[in-house]
Structures are given as C-alpha cells and as structure tokens.
Design a protein around this ligand. Structure first.
Ligand code: NAX
Ligand code: K
Length: 485
C-alpha cells in the first residue's frame, strides 16, 4: 500500500535513478492497454476519456498501444491546456500517428458512441477538491451510459488516500493502478496493480524525492523548531557543530546547555548559538563543574519540555560516571523528542523512557546498543531493524551506507563522500535530524537527515579535505533539493 505523498517521493527517486516519469507513463499506458485487451474482444469498441494531467497521459499512451482496435479518444479540454509536457508529448504522438482524437471543450457536447468499454483517465492522484466541470458532468455521463468502466490509477473523483469522494465520482468496474495499491481503492473488487518498472531502490534508498515531499503531512507541519543541545564538557566542538547544523537545517533557535567550565569556548564559536551554562556553583557549592551531573537534570528537562524543544543529548558529553547517571536520568524523566548521540547512546537500553528518540550510533556505538559490530551495515540491516524494534526507537546507524529503521521499515542512504570520515560529521547529522524532527515524523526526519548530511558533503566537493563546519553552508542547498542528482 502506498500513499500519494510517498508515491510522489518514489517517482522522483526513480527519476534520480535514471527512470524518469516519461518512461513510467509509457509502462502505465501499456499496462492499461493490456488490461483493456483482457476485458474486450477484438471487435469491441473502447472509449478513452482523458483529462489534461498525467492520468490523461496514461490514457493517451494506452490509445497508442491499441492502434489496431476500435478506439475513440476524448480529450477533456483544449490540447493547449494539457498541463504536463509528458502528457502533451503523448497527445502530439497520437496526432503524428494519425490516430483519431476528439476534444471536448463543453461537457454538453460530450457524447459516447455506444462503446463496449469506457476508460476513465480523467483524474488520478492529482485531484484537489470536488470534481469540477467538465469532469463532473462527464463522470455522470459515463455512469449513465451503462457500459463497463475501467479506471486508470483511481476512479476519477475518488481520493487515492482516503477513498473519499466528496463530489461527483466515476463508479468503476475495474481499476488498473500503478506500482502499489493505493489505500483509497483497497476495498475495490477488481484492482490490477501494474508493475511499471520503478526500481526497488527508489523506495529502499533515501533520495531527492524524500527531501522533496518533506514536511507535507508531517505531525508538526510547518513548524520551525528550537534545538536544545545537551552536550560538551570534555569536548566543545561537537555540541557547537550539532547546534550550528540544526540552524542550517531550519531550526529557529539553537541552544547549547553545557558545564560552566566550557561556556567560554562554546559561546566563542558562533554568535548564532545561545549558550546556557549549568552547574555554576558546582555540585557541592564549591566552584564550577566541568561535567553534566544528576542535579542539573530537573532544570534541563523543565527547560526542554516548557519550550517543546527538540533535544540533542550526547555530543561531547564524555563518560564521567556522574554524567552517565545524569544522561540516564534525563532520558527517564523527559517525555519530548530527542536525538541521542555519542556517549549518551549506551544508556538507552538501560532506561525506561516515554520520550520519542532517534538514535544515531556509529559502528562501535551500535555494538554497545546491542546491534551488530560490522562495517557493512546493509547486509546486517535485519539485525538493526530488530534492535530498533526491541528498543522502540528509530535507529539511524552511520556507516559508509547508513541504515535507517523504525523497527519495521528499513531504508538505506548512500549519499556522502569518503571525506566524511573526518570528525564532526556525526554531530552535524544529529543537528540536521533535530531540525527536521520539528517538521516530520521521526523515521522520516532520520531518513532525510541522513540524505541531507551526505548530500551537503557531496555539494562541497572537497574530497578528503572536508571540514564538518563547512557543511553548514551546503545543508540549506541540500534541503532545498538544489542540484538534484
Ligand atoms: N506518480 C507516478 O509515478 C506515475 C503517475 N502516473 C499518472 O499520473 C497521475 C497523476 O498525474 P497528475 O499529477 O498530473 O494529476 P492528475 O492527472 O490526476 O490531475 C491533474 C490535472 O487535474 C486537474 N484537476 C485537479 N483537481 C481537479 C478537479 N477537482 N476537477 C477537475 N480537474 C482537476 C489539474 O488542474 C490538472 O490538470 C497518476 O494518477 C497516474 O495516473 C503515471 O503516468 C506514471 C507513474
Ligand atoms: K482515473
């Protein structure tokens, strides 16, 4: 089953893999023609009613494959108003081949010549709102005719996702849909799902299509979030990189909560970051602390939850026993959304948490979480999926090829360059994922985050000389979908 939004991502990914929509439409139209042959005898007449979008384009291609048959092509609207280049090219191809066509500019002039089968190629997944004219009147005319109806992709007027048909809609006897079943027609009695040659990698690999549909339909659609990095102590660069990358990926504000001892260097990196020191008086009131400790936790949880911040827990925290106890206490008490990275990861299996987490382990951290200790993540993807299911969190395992899983679905992401082995690219990834968590569900944020981080490195074109700080320049370009492969 596939939603229209996911289908839009997949067809864009297919194009990036060298299989453009024009090629897919050829397969779709061919599949429709094959089903028409199954449903009719050579002497039967077929009326193809085509809209001005790509659903109509499928019908026009089908007509070309049925040149030997008694076929009438009705285009709803003037040829100049055909909405897509591919559909128009297929209209021109019919004309060039001398296949007779008819344009319907007024629904009152629409007449069927007693066909044995009507093909509804008016509208597919591109419908918005109720059927307008002339489509609404033509839908009634099709129903009134009484001939059997074959719908292309979905019956026109029916929402492919919900199955709802608020206004007029075609009642189809048969449906040919493409690539995968659409939820809105799952209960239809005669649906043929046609394989149109979309490569499996277009679904399994994260690609530009996933970026293109991001945010449309997410849980927290349209919101730009605040990122709250809890990190730093023994290290100072990691939390600053994570916070900076999250700003580049669209967060409105990025805070870093760090021990007082490292306030100065972290605050000195960038005027864009808001640095909030904790533990100024030390655990026992005697001097500043240099690490996260359990007594800092209630205030951090309170701050993050009060502002609905997306937390990044871990970058540069180190492994002081008090820090580990504090990170575990944070996870136990926090009920919001967080990316857990670096030293904080090892604590996740020990803690019961209500928080929604995206875990971003590298190879050794994955092994510490209970996952496989391997370089080739892809051939151990099932184990990583099972780990994510056991933990109940999204896992983004970082490797040459990243493996991302919510415990059910597994995707992989090959974006990136060899130069990304440089320190800090894991921190930028955590920052990007945090920013995306404000606008998309966790699995989607993790998938797209992996792609955007890798793509940002590709766009820099630095080879081995990559620096993680530079990614902040190209993250926005990668997120815009600029320079699609
Ligand atoms: N996504 C894919 O991978 C593929 C899609 N294909 C086809 O492309 C279709 C989607 O094409 P499009 O996105 O061009 O969309 P459609 O062809 O479904 O509809 C778009 C057209 O309908 C008009 N329209 C929208 N709402 C309307 C309404 N309520 N009343 C009247 N007119 C309305 C628009 O102005 C536009 O001209 C799919 O259903 C499928 O048939 C296939 O060709 C190949 C593969
Ligand atoms: K249709």
């Amino acid at each position: 089953m596939i939603t229209s939004r996911r289908m839009a991502a997949v067809d864009r990914n297919a194009a990036a893999l060298g299989v453009p929509l024009r090629v897919l439409m050829e397969s779709s139209g061919n599949a429709v023609a094959r089903r028409i042959r199954e449903l009719t005898t050579p002497d039967d007449s077929v009326a193809l009613v085509c809209g001005r979008g790509n659903n109509g384009g499928d019908g026009l291609v089908a007509a070309r494959f049925l040149e030997d048959r008694d076929v009438a092509v009705h285009l709803l609207g003037r040829p100049e108003s055909i909405a897509t280049d591919i559909a128009r090219a297929n209209w021109d191809a019919l004309a060039a081949a001398g296949i007779p066509t008819e344009t319907v500019t007024d629904s009152r002039a629409f007449a069927l010549d007693d066909p044995d089968l009507i093909v509804d190629a008016m509208l597919g997944t591109g419908i918005t709102g109720d059927l307008r004219e002339p489509e609404a009147s033509v839908a009634h005319a099709i129903d009134d005719d009484g001939a059997p109806v074959l719908a292309v992709d979905v019956p026109s007027g029916v929402d492919a996702d919900s199955g709802g048909a608020p206004g007029a809609a075609v009642e189809a006897d048969h449906v040919v849909t493409f690539h995968d079943l659409k939820p809105g027609i799952a209960d239809h009695t005669d649906v043929t799902v046609a394989d149109i040659g979309i490569p499996a990698a277009a679904e399994e690999r994260v690609g530009p299509g996933d970026v293109a549909v991001l945010g449309a339909g997410g849980d927290r659609k349209g919101e730009s979030g605040r990122t709250f990095v809890i990190g730093g102590g023994p290290y100072t660069g990691a939390p600053a990189l994570a916070a900076g990358a999250s700003l580049s990926a669209g967060a409105d504000l990025a805070f870093v909560a760090c021990p007082e001892s490292v306030f100065d260097p972290i605050a000195g990196y960038s005027e864009d970051l808001i640095v909030q020191p904790y533990g100024a008086d030390g655990a026992d009131g005697g001097g500043e602390t240099d690490h996260l400790a359990p007594e800092d936790v209630p205030e951090l949880v309170g701050t993050a939850e009060d502002h609905d911040d997306i937390v990044i827990l871990g970058p540069g925290l180190g492994r002081h026993p008090e820090t580990e106890a504090a990170a575990a206490a944070f996870l136990a008490e926090f009920s919001g959304t967080a990316v857990v990275d670096a030293d904080a990861l090892a604590l996740v299996p020990e803690v019961d948490t209500e928080a929604t987490l995206v875990l971003t382990p590298n190879r050794s951290e994955l092994a510490e979480l209970g996952g496989p200790d391997v370089g080739d993540l892809v051939s151990h993807a099932d184990e990583i999926r099972d780990l994510a299911a056991d933990l109940g969190h999204v896992v983004l395992a970082k490797g040459k090829v990243d493996v991302i899983t919510d415990g059910e679905t597994v995707r992989r992401c090959r974006a990136g360059t060899p130069g990304m082995t440089v320190g800090g690219t894991g921190d930028t990834l955590a920052g990007i994922v945090a920013a995306l968590l404000a606008r998309a569900p966790p699995f989607e944020a993790a998938c797209v985050g992996s792609y955007v981080n890798g793509r940002a490195a590709e766009l820099l074109d630095r080879g081995d000389g990559l620096r993680a700080t530079e990614l902040q320049e190209t993250i926005p370009v990668a997120l815009e979908g600029g320079d699609d492969e």
